[in-house]
Structures are given as structure tokens and as C-alpha cells.
Design a protein around this ligand. Structure first.
Ligand code: HEC
Length: 183
């Protein structure tokens, strides 16, 4: 490119860079500065789903997501899942389980696991005691599984209780069983 062409081109580029103050910049590449704005949950007639929210590409998972290997398989879970901190009754570990238990489980199963939580008492099917003989006989893996996948009318708490915290809840229930006489 000759100097006679370059100079005016440079001049235009230079000047267009100095919009200055409250003047909008000269838009050399059209359509880069304006995007179609959508309000929250507004319809988008150009989208195949009609929604302005974009679906994540198929097969993508949230960061840190671990698929649960024993979905719908309580027996497999009961046999194969082992509590990594089975005999840990250290105050920190038990307190961690207690915190989750009291938020997510106690309302139904009772804060001491006796099956007498305020919500549980109003349910047509009463939540079972977690300190009775039956619950004492459940393996750690099965209790972990019930938290992860639910059982019967009890839903899954996988979204509320992180995988490692579920083991802390299991240890907390074992601790309650040791402290409480079954009924
Ligand atoms: C909304 C009330 C509710 C909440 C909250 C709840 N459960 Fe349950 N849970 C139930 C009911 C009802 C059952 C009986 C389900 C069935 O077998 O149909 C049950 C069953 C169980 C069992 C099996 C007991 C047995 O004898 O078979 C375990 C273990 C258990 N829940 C643990 C938990 C833990 C741990 C949490 C907290 C993460 C929790 N549950 C939260 C209502 C609840």
C-alpha cells in the first residue's frame, strides 16, 4: 500500500478513535456495539425453544458435578459405598453432619432422630425413627444412598447436601444412635 493511500486511512482510523467526551464512537464494524437485549424470562421468537435463556450444550455438566453412580440401585450402594470416615467421631466431623442434619433432616425425622419432627408429624406416612433398631441395621452406604437418591416418598437431598457432607450426616446419625436408646 502506498503512502498516499496509507496516510488518509491512518487519519480516519486515528480520528474515529477519538470520539471524546459523551460522543459515541464512530462504528466502523457495524452491529458490534448493539446486541439484542432481553429482559429476564422474555420470549425470543428466534430461538428454537422460544426462550431467551440459552440451554447449555448437550452433555455439559455444572462445575464440580459428580454423577451419582448408584441411581436407583440401593442394593449396589449398600454393598459398595463405604464411609471414608466410618469411625470418625471427632467434634468437627460430627458438628458438620449435625449442621446439615438439623437443617435438612430434623424437620421430618426429629432433631434427635426419633421420627417426631414438626413436619413429619403432619405427614400421612410418618418418617421412620433413625435411632430405632431398623435404622441401626441399615448400612452406612444405604443411608448415604437414601440421602442421595431418596426412598419411597422421601425425595433426594443431593442438591442440598454435598457428597462429603452426606457421610458427615451418616456419622452424625450413628452418633445419635449411640447416644439415644432406640424406641
Ligand atoms: C419431608 C420429610 C423428610 C425429610 C426432610 C427427610 N426425610 Fe428421610 N424419610 C422420610 C420418609 C417419609 C421416609 C420413609 C420413606 C419410605 O420408605 O417410603 C424416610 C426414610 C428415610 C430413611 C430410611 C429409614 C428406614 O427405616 O427405611 C433414612 C435413612 C432417611 N430417611 C434419612 C434422611 C436424612 C439423612 C435426611 C436429611 C438429609 C432425611 N431423611 C430427610 C421423610 C423425610
Amino acid at each position: 500500500m502506498s503512502l498516499r493511500v496509507m496516510l488518509p486511512v491512518c487519519l480516519v482510523l486515528f480520528l474515529s478513535g477519538c470520539g471524546g467526551g459523551d460522543q459515541p464512537n464512530v462504528e466502523l464494524v457495524q452491529g458490534m456495539m448493539e446486541d439484542p437485549g432481553y429482559k429476564t424470562q422474555e420470549r425470543d421468537s428466534n430461538s428454537p425453544t422460544g426462550s431467551s435463556m440459552r440451554l447449555p450444550p448437550e452433555g455439559t455438566v455444572p462445575r464440580g458435578f459428580q454423577p451419582y453412580a448408584f441411581k436407583g440401585d440401593p442394593e449396589g450402594a449398600s454393598q459398595e459405598l463405604k464411609n471414608p470416615r466410618v469411625n470418625d467421631r471427632s467434634p468437627g466431623w460430627i458438628a458438620r453432619g449435625q449442621k446439615r442434619y438439623e437443617v435438612y433432616c430434623g424437620l421430618c425425622h426429629g432433631q434427635l432422630g426419633r421420627g417426631d419432627g414438626a413436619v413429619g408429624l403432619k405427614m400421612p406416612l410418618q418418617p421412620p425413627s433413625l435411632v430405632g433398631d431398623r435404622a441401626r441395621g441399615l448400612s452406612d452406604g444405604l443411608i448415604y444412598h437414601i440421602i442421595s437418591d431418596g426412598q419411597g416418598v422421601m425425595g433426594s437431598y443431593a442438591n442440598q447436601v454435598a457428597p462429603e457432607d452426606r457421610w458427615a450426616v451418616v456419622s452424625y446419625i450413628r452418633n445419635l444412635q449411640t447416644l439415644t436408646k432406640g424406641r
